[in-house]
Design a protein around this ligand. Sequence first.
Ligand SMILES: [Fe+2]
Length: 366
Amino acid sequence: MRILFIADIFGAPGRRIVEQRLPGLREELALDLVVANGENAADGVGITSRIGKRLLGVGVDAITLGNHAHRQREVYPYLNTEPRIVRPANLPAASPGRGETVVRAADGTEVTVINLLGRMHLEPAVSPFEAGPALVEAARLRTPVVLVDFHAEVTSEKVAMGRLLDGSATAVIGTHTHIQTNDPTVLPGGTAYLTDAGMTGPHDSVIGVRADVILARFTTGLPSRFDARFFGISEREAESMDPQQRLVLEVAWEALERAGQDAAGLRNSRTGVFVGITTADYARVILQGRPEDVDAWFASGTSLNVVAGRLSYTLGLQGNDGGTGLDGSVTHMEELAYQRWEGEQIAEETFFYDPAQRVPKRPAGG
Ligand SMILES: [Fe+2]
């Protein structure tokens, strides 16, 4: 029986390569079963239902998760209803999802896939050393093959788990560190073992995240700010921008990630961008309070009608774009969005810098 285990799929680059290569690999390697860790599939943190469906749609038979299993709230119902996705079995029993599943391989063999979370630097509800053996032994009575994804930080813990389950699990494969270890082995009791499978994602990075972002975090100790460079904006220009523009870029990026859409794949497509923004008071606050902040970027940074264009430009989209400053337009667009993407959440943020903005809307004498 040939099982392919795909290490932690990280963000759009990881999803892209799986979507491109897996259908061919299934044929080429005559695979009977494909199990993938999808713990970092949504922009590095967690997974969404759309991404889960896409991975299952391109030939993944079972998805395992880890410490980020519940990071995307949207995925909770999916974790409860889709039997082919598992979160760590030793998370609280009341949390969404299941910790093990049975899938049928191409040759007809039934395989139990179990997900366990390590104890060190992570937060399982129950020790994996307590939960693991009982789960594997029970699974072994039901199916001839039992695969364990042990999502853990520390190598010693993983090696120990391999030894503990040796002879009862068919394979114990470690995930989470994103660094592949060079120790694939068959343990004395016959269990296939690998301390960590590594990462399916951007290798020119620090475990998936752009190196300069991580280095800035380590060298300054400061939380990361708006990543202007990521959106092709200079630091100086970013400082002059109405924060609504930054939010639009960030929220749009996150929405694409959650939808499992690869932003690079949308480049040059006829994708439209429509943005509703309610108020231009940021510009007024600058003009009133800090006129020295009026610089070359003031006009583009504080105009509402450039927001949609900025997003189109950043992502290289070729469809229509439009922005509007009317309160009602936000409601209208939200309704449209609900009609189109029923069941999806729409992000909406409203900021007021200038209290005068709301005063005219109060009832007389109020
Ligand atoms: Fe992880």
